[in-house]
Design a protein around this ligand. Structure first.
Ligand code: ZN
Length: 233
């Protein structure tokens, strides 16, 4: 029996994965969520993640009944092997390849393998994730070619036809806000704006047009720029 009425989404609780969750709830009958705990510098990310998920359930009754089990996988080993700003207290800089040093090499490849393993055990072969080719950082593990190759390896290695939907792959950050509005109207825009967390520095002191954040780290700058384009500012 096809299990494609169910999906497993990589859900960090950020803007992109919250938009993808709405997309998945629109498309599938049942959506389970998967988060990774790998020694993030700020527990705020895990706290926001829980809050966003609860808000989806309380504010969108049509989606609440479709939201299935939430899974958290401890990937602290990833933090231990990574000398990055996500896992160490240091300033965010660009490295020689022009990537912000928040970059954990091949992180998304590792996430997808774990997602497929959890999906396998849950009888779910449809994965959903928020990778975005237009992402300012140009992470090579977000590229479509990389993901296609990995999904082929996963399907062969698990002897099941796994699929991966990446609804944000070819749209801009402004386009992501437009998608959220189409899926969940002003209520979803507000939820994402106020509850999701993007800032690399973990700041949530001041609510701005586009949400909370320091306003100056690369993640905040990208989020603010996308919001300005979306809002026509
Ligand atoms: Zn910031």
């Amino acid at each position: 029996m096809s299990t494609q009425t169910k999906a497993l989404i990589l859900f960090s609780g950020g803007q992109d994965s919250a938009t993808c969750l709405a997309w998945a709830l629109d498309k599938f009958d049942n959506v389970e969520t998967l988060g990774f705990d790998y020694g993030q510098r700020h527990d705020i990310e895990m706290t926001c993640r829980k809050d966003v998920l609860e808000s989806f359930k309380s504010e969108f009754p049509q989606w609440a009944e479709k939201i299935g089990r939430d899974h958290i996988v401890d990937l602290s080993a990833l933090g231990a092997i990574s000398e990055t700003s996500l896992t160490r207290e240091q300033e965010i800089k660009m490295n020689q390849a022009g990537l912000p040093d928040t970059f954990v090499p091949g992180r998304n490849l590792i996430f997808l393998n774990f997602a497929a393993a959890v999906g396998y055990r849950r009888g779910i072969t449809a994965l959903v994730a928020g990778m975005c080719e237009a992402d300012f950082s140009g992470y090579p593990d977000c590229r479509k070619e990389t993901l296609d190759a990995q999904m082929q390896a996963i399907s062969l290695g698990m002897d099941k036809p796994f699929t991966l939907d990446t609804p944000l792959m070819h749209i801009s950050k402004a386009g992501a806000w437009q998608l959220a509005e189409r899926l969940g109207g002003a209520g979803l825009i507000d939820l994402i704006r106020v509850k999701t967390h993007t800032c690399y520095k973990g700041e949530r002191g001041q609510l701005r047009d586009w949400g909370y954040g320091c306003g100056s780290c690369p993640a905040c700058e990208l989020r603010a720029k996308g919001w300005s384009e979306y809002a026509g500012l």
